[in-house]
Design a protein around this ligand. Structure first.
Ligand SMILES: [Zn+2]
Ligand SMILES: [Zn+2]
Length: 85
């Protein structure tokens, strides 16, 4: 019987370290292993994407771009902020 390599990305059951929070995690079917993220961080990444798609219209805790925009308001200028399509 041939040996199956266990450390291929996306293989169900294999654990890996989330590169965002550093926790040991595993694929739960959201294909988060392909991004080296745990389920929680992937969900947060999606939320961040949606947030930036809305052009940072609402302030999001911990978003560096929002912080920059707020800092820009304070400094009396609005920094270039491309959301990209
Ligand atoms: Zn994580
Ligand atoms: Zn933001």
């Amino acid at each position: 019987m041939p040996r199956v390599a266990k450390f291929q990305g996306g293989r169900a059951g294999a654990t890996y370290t989330c590169h965002a929070c550093g926790k040991q995690t595993r694929e739960t079917g959201l294909e988060e292993s392909g991004l080296d993220l745990c389920r929680k961080c992937l969900t947060m990444a999606y939320a961040d994407n949606a947030h930036s798609d809305y052009g940072h219209k609402f302030e999001r805790d911990g978003c560096p771009i929002c912080r920059k925009i707020i800092a820009g308001y304070d400094a009396g200028q609005y920094p270039d902020h491309e959301t990209g399509d």
